[in-house]
Design a protein around this ligand. Structure first.
Ligand code: FAD
Length: 329
């Protein structure tokens, strides 16, 4: 019987699993290596506000996802980003994306995960490095030597490389090897937030570009509830360029990204402020994903976006699928 579960990671997958297990009367403990919850649905503090430097927006094609967010995070924590969205076609011309509800956290992306985590037992700044099996139960060891447990089952929601390392340290070699392929599909992403005191005039608030450097640029200040003086724009470099510049200095990277921003938007203004962030594990390019993994013999589950389409909504679907598998209603 599964009564106590440990969850590694407090991104959307970990928090979804925690909430859904809680509803089924399972005692849940979540462990997070960073200072707070959110994972890649994050916002960086910038002068005068914050900028979403990870996930830009999310879709909710499955009504169950909207229902979950309404019930567990509350209606006030998210809303539709009423922007204009365009992409550059192969000829370099701009075209509009089809209309679709694109959701964001309000007043920043982390509002959602903050609300979701409010009733959950989370131990932050704690990186789990080893799972120790003891008479059919698990104890978790963190990098400061702390022990947590025992638990009947463990759910790991870390990206594939971090999950693989955890398994390898835990003498779960067979499980670690299953992650060779997913690890290869993970792509890095250089992100920058750039500030213009004088607002720019652009035809779109969100732009998917065809550029040797940039993949995406967006006017973060156009999202609901941001209330910025001036405009913060968020720039994401494409995976190939990010990979090649993984070890380039942030100063050089942001200089190249700003030049590309001017090329893409045709604006010649220099930003008044720049902040950068390097994502080593940004997204998974895997196309056929199993949704989640459950290893019945070990009572170990895996959930996360990389198992379900590589997006925010996928992280939810993955965690929900896993919980339904472990504890059918
Ligand atoms: P994560 O959010 O990565 O959560 C995993 C958590 O585990 C992290 O908090 C991590 O710190 C923690 N962790 C890892 N190892 C350990 C350990 N050993 N011990 C303790 N804690 C650990 N998605 C969209 O839908 N739309 C977008 O526009 C979009 N844009 C994106 C742009 C960028 C630059 C990036 C990086 C991502 C983007 N995504 C987008 C993807 C989206 O952010 C993810 O799909 C989603 O947030 C993943 O949630 P998750 O819970 O699966 O993983």
């Amino acid at each position: 019987v599964i009564r106590r579960v440990a969850i590694v990671g407090s991104g959307l997958a970990g928090l979804t699993a925690a909430r859904l297990l809680g509803e089924r009367n399972v005692a849940v403990s979540v462990f997070e290596k960073s200072r707070g919850p959110g994972g890649r649905m994050t916002a960086k503090r910038v002068p005068g506000g914050s900028a979403d430097i990870g996930a830009q927006y999310f879709t909710a094609r499955d009504p169950a996802f909207l229902q979950f967010l309404t019930d567990h995070a509350g209606e006030a924590s998210f809303g539709v980003w009423q922007g204009r969205f365009g992409y550059q076609n192969n000829g370099g011309q701009w075209e509009s994306f089809p209309d679709e509800a694109r959701y964001v956290g309000i007043p920043r992306m982390t509002a959602i995960t903050r609300e979701l985590s409010s009733t959950i037992d989370i131990t932050a700044q704690t990186r789990i490095e080893r799972l120790i099996s003891n008479g059919g139960q698990w104890t978790l060891r963190d990098t400061d030597g702390g022990s947590h447990g025992p638990y009947d089952a463990v759910i790991v929601t870390a990206p594939p490389a971090q999950t693989q390392e955890l398994f390898a340290n835990s003498q779960l070699q067979m499980l670690a090897e299953e992650l060779n392929e997913p690890v290869r599909h993970v792509q890095p992403c250089w992100a920058a937030a750039v500030y213009f005191a004088d607002p720019l005039e652009q035809p779109y608030e969100g732009m998917r570009c065809q550029d040797e450097v940039l993949y995406w640029v967006a006017n973060n200040s156009s999202k609901p509830g941001r209330d910025d003086q001036g405009q913060w724009w968020v720039l994401h470099a494409n995976p190939e360029w990010s990979h090649r510049h993984q070890d380039t200095s942030p100063e050089q990277v942001t200089a190249d990204m700003v030049k590309a921003f001017q090329r893409v938007t045709g604006c010649s203004e220099q930003p008044d402020d720049v902040v950068s962030h390097r994502w080593l594990y940004a997204k998974s390019s895997a196309e056929e994903t199993p949704g989640f993994r459950w290893f019945d013999d070990q009572c170990i589950g895996l959930a996360g976006d990389w198992l379900s389409g590589g997006r925010v909504e996928g992280a939810f679907e993955s965690a929900k699928g896993l919980v339904d598998r472990i504890l059918p209603d």
